[in-house]
Design a protein. Sequence first.
Length: 161
Amino acid sequence: MKYDEYLAKGREDKDDLTIWLKRLKKKNPRKLDDVFQKHHNTVFESIDCLKCANCCKTTSPIFRDVDVKRIAKKMRMPIIKFEQEYLRKDNDDDLVLQSTPCPFLYEDNSCGIYEVRPQACREYPHTDQRKVVQVLELAQRNLDICPAVCQIVADVKEELG
Ligand code: SF4
Ligand code: SF4
């Protein structure tokens, strides 16, 4: 299946999956972590993010202060200039990109600041993190963005019912 087909399927099933994801909060958290981790690993074996980059094209990571410091240093820019040029505060007062696609995304879908990219980019789409129960709402939102999440959630649902 192509990535846009995963996304189309995720969007088509989103209402059902949203209700089902809410029910997962009652499951054993450790078991849930293990099941998500397993399907995350399997799905990413066959997904090449360099052929997708939809996250980098359509959303912004949160930039923590430590991310800003590290990236500005790498770019040899004063922190204040980096923030003025690239970042803004969102409604939750988090620092995010002023615009999408991400200005550090190259045409070949590689990341221009890969070694120093924000922690949020390293961890996206968060489906392999421990205490995954805490990010189920994020997984639900990512059904619109990430083909891998669409497939991981579908696979977890098939296993857990
Ligand atoms: S993490 Fe998801 S949205 Fe981002 S590039 Fe990989 S498959 Fe695409
Ligand atoms: S910093 Fe890199 S990984 Fe993060 S959104 Fe931008 S291009 Fe993607």
